[in-house]
Design a protein around this ligand. Structure first.
Ligand code: ADP
Ligand code: MG
Length: 707
């Protein structure tokens, strides 16, 4: 059978009401097949009031009417302004009235067919519905014959309305549902209290009542979570089965020698993480471990331990960071510990060219360097290693779960250690990083004083500035962070990625504020500017000057969010703090509180939305990154929290990682069991799952074993 023929058996075109035009419109919604259409789930289910003819409606009735728009009028001068539509059906006329209805001008026009629902009221001897809900209807008769409960509301476009989609699905539903295969046996479904997949799809698209919707949703959510976890489980297994890594053991003498590099006692969390890493690296299965911990928790130290273990086995280590600044920062902190060591290390820079570059690469390929630090882009490109046994990846707050295992190496698979400074609630991390083992560094090294965080109201700014002057006079340094570089109202807030929409506000710009602070506020101090649009050399110079205390106050944008480590900087002022997301605020605050002196974080700005207020309140309340991550998750929801494309997980249509957590745990347990029992999904009864999995993950490399 040619691929074409195969496709036509599953083709939308054969459904009633779907012509070439609609095939195109569906394609825009990502719907290409009957299966896709069945999984094109309603966004919600509308429970509308009963259907009425206009002649039957009475004051105080809650009604739905199916009507044609006769005339419309917008009156801007009435108080409040109003939009009015006179509508009719075969039995009479009535009026729909929307206060503040300006947005409806051009949306509701004469001749249009509408369903409108709301409460009927009396006005000057006539009946009307005030502020009705409404939707466009393509076929009033069809609409009036629908049942008056649980109408699915599909994500729709102007050309393909929810009602049109519903009609297509309803018309061919029997034919469509017949193609659906059950994925689990009866015993399994019963013990999990799940309804059959066919029933679930039927009840979700055509519910008779609310309980049906709930039962349907539970089954469909389970299937989604199961596939996600199965994908993770198989990936984890395949990585372990396929690859062979070098086993590197540790003994007491070696451990002592490595620990001697650190001028302090390791924290318990660090010791635990190191023990877990040592156990992993002692295996010939490559390690896939995520070390998560707040900024400053001491992850670098843990990674360096792992690196030194590899080096002492005469192996190479690559340390990768997302940016050049961060790579440099890592290199510097490693240098701090290795000052008297014979370990050969190098910072590979992007600017390196020509003969120098060729030489350096040759030395790396030759095994002349033990530890190679650089950006991800650089190290993954064309570097050849001699004996690469460990790759350390600092992901900061990106979750590149899928693109990890791509570094070139001869025949041995390297061990992987990934560090992330975005604390994720552990339970959740376990389930979404299902293919990684996780070590958590929760407690900060001793001797740190918790940062004091305060909201500064506009009338307290002078007080705050005087306080800062006092601190700097005593020898401290300060950061001032602004949401933008320039005061250009047209400029997008490109640097703020996760603050929500807010009304216009004065957004202070770093460049202008730098001048103002230096001239008018702190003429006696050295105030410098750092922002992302500066070139690399200037940036580095400024950072060096700040580190060496030639600069008292560093005015900046979020470019300092990551990687800057200046223990003497104890003050962080965040202007327009309400414009930043919680994760970002926390990262910024992580720049201070790194030494033994008391640090202060001052949040300037008034919150214009309840969400912004919530964020600032959380900041004042706690410094615990895990608590903050949990709050952030609550405020923003998981979709935004994890970003969409970043985490590399399949999109969840009905399931929620938070609300369906119990179900997630259940699905995870079963999925991992299946991956153990049937790692290649060869068993006959697992074929429907295998098909669904391939459909979901596509030709993802990691699933090659079952593909
Ligand atoms: P992270 O990588 O998690 O942001 P680092 O490893 O860079 O944290 O550590 C932050 C700071 O704390 C560094 O200056 C480091 O030298 C110091 N540090 C790390 N571990 C300890 C410890 N056990 N005791 C004292 N200081 C520590
Ligand atoms: Mg670090």
């Amino acid at each position: 059978m040619s691929p074409d023929v195969q496709q036509t058996t599953d083709d939308l075109r054969y459904l009633k009401g779907v012509g070439p035009k609609r095939v195109e419109l569906f394609a825009k919604l990502g719907v290409f097949s009957i299966e896709d259409l069945l999984e094109y789930y309603p966004r919600t289910h509308e429970f509308r009031p009963p259907l009425f003819l206009i002649k039957e409606i009475k004051p105080d009735f809650n009604v739905t009417i199916g009507v044609i728009v006769d005339q419309v009028r917008y009156n801007a001068r009435s108080r409040p302004p109003r939009f009015e539509a006179i509508v009719r059906d075969a039995t009479g006329f009535t009026r729909l009235l929307w206060f503040h209805g300006k947005y409806l001008v051009d949306k509701i026009v004469p001749g249009m067919k509408l369903a409108a629902w709301g409460k009927v009221s009396h006005y000057k001897n006539a009946l009307q519905i005030v502020n009705p809900r409404w939707s466009i209807v393509t076929d009033i008769d069809y609409f009036m014959n629908q049942q008056d409960f649980g109408i699915p509301v599909y994500p729709a476009t102007a050309e393909l309305t929810s009602q049109a989609i519903a009609k297509i699905i309803n018309t061919s539903f029997d034919k469509m549902i017949a193609t659906v295969k059950e994925r689990f046996d009866d015993k399994f479904l019963k013990s999990h209290q799940l309804i059959s997949r066919r029933n679930a799809l039927t009840q979700y698209h055509k519910p008779a009542d609310k309980p049906q919707i709930l039962a349907a949703r539970r089954r469909l959510a389970f299937d989604e979570l199961f596939l996600m976890e199965l994908g993770l489980a198989l990936r984890k297994q395949n990585i372990k089965i396929e690859a062979n890594a070098i086993s590197m053991s540790v003994n007491e003498r070696l451990d002592k020698r490595i620990r001697a590099v650190f001028p302090f006692e390791l924290t318990d969390d660090q010791k635990n993480a190191i023990a877990e890493i040592c156990a992993d690296m002692n295996n010939t299965q490559p390690m896939s471990r995520l070390v998560q911990g707040d900024v400053g928790a001491g992850k670098t130290v843990v990674a360096l331990y792992a690196a030194l273990l590899a080096v002492s086995h005469h192996q190479q280590v690559a340390i990768m960071a997302p940016t050049e600044i961060l790579a440099e920062q890592h290199f510097l902190s490693i240098e701090k510990f290795l000052a008297h060591s014979r370990v050969k290390r190098i910072l590979l820079k992007g600017g390196l060219t020509g003969k120098k570059r060729t030489e350096t690469l040759a030395k790396i390929a030759n095994g002349d360097y033990d530890i190679i630090v650089g950006t991800q882009a650089l190290l993954q490109k064309d570097i050849r290693f001699n004996d690469l046994a460990l790759v350390v990846i600092d992901e900061q707050h990106k979750f590149g779960v899928l693109q990890r295992h791509t570094i070139a190496n001869k025949d041995k698979a390297p061990h992987y250690l990934i560090m992330t400074a975005t604390p994720i609630p552990r339970t959740l991390a376990m389930t979404i990083f299902g293919d990684l083992d996780i070590s958590t560094i929760k407690h900060l090294p001793p001797g740190r004083k918790p940062i004091k965080t305060r909201l500064v109201q506009p009338d307290q700014i002078n007080l705050a500035m005087n306080f800062i002057r006092e601190q700097i006079t005593k020898g401290s340094q300060a950061y001032f962070v602004y949401p933008r570089v320039q005061a250009d109202p047209e400029q997008e807030l490109a640097e703020i990625t996760d603050a929500d929409e807010q009304p216009a506000t004065i957004i202070k710009a770093a460049i202008a504020e730098h001048q103002r602070l230096q001239k008018n506020v702190f003429p006696e101090f050295n105030v410098a500017l750092l922002h992302g649009q500066m070139n690399h050399v200037d940036k580095k110079q400024t950072m060096d000057d700040f580190r060496n205390h030639k600069i008292d106050i560093l005015v900046s944008t979020v470019v300092i969010e990551v990687g800057v480590d200046v223990p003497n900087a104890t003050i962080m002022v965040i202007e327009n703090a309400d414009r930043f997301g919680l994760a970002q605020l926390h990262q910024l605050r992580g720049r201070i509180g790194r030494g033994s002196k008391q640090s202060f974080c001052l949040l300037f700005g008034e919150s214009k939305t309840p969400q912004a207020q919530q964020r600032l309140d959380v900041m004042v309340k706690t410094c615990d990154g895990f608590k903050i991550a949990e709050e952030d998750l609550k405020i923003r929801g998981p979709g935004e929290f994890f970003g969409t494309a970043q985490h590399g997980l399949p999109e969840l249509k009905v399931a929620s990682l938070i609300d369906d957590y119990e179900l997630l745990l259940l699905a995870r347990k079963d999925a991992f069991q299946m991956a153990t029992d049937d790692p290649q999904l060869k068993n006959r009864e697992n074929q429907p799952i295998r098909e669904a999995l391939i459909r979901k993950f596509g030709s993802n490399l990691v699933l090659a074993n079952i593909g």
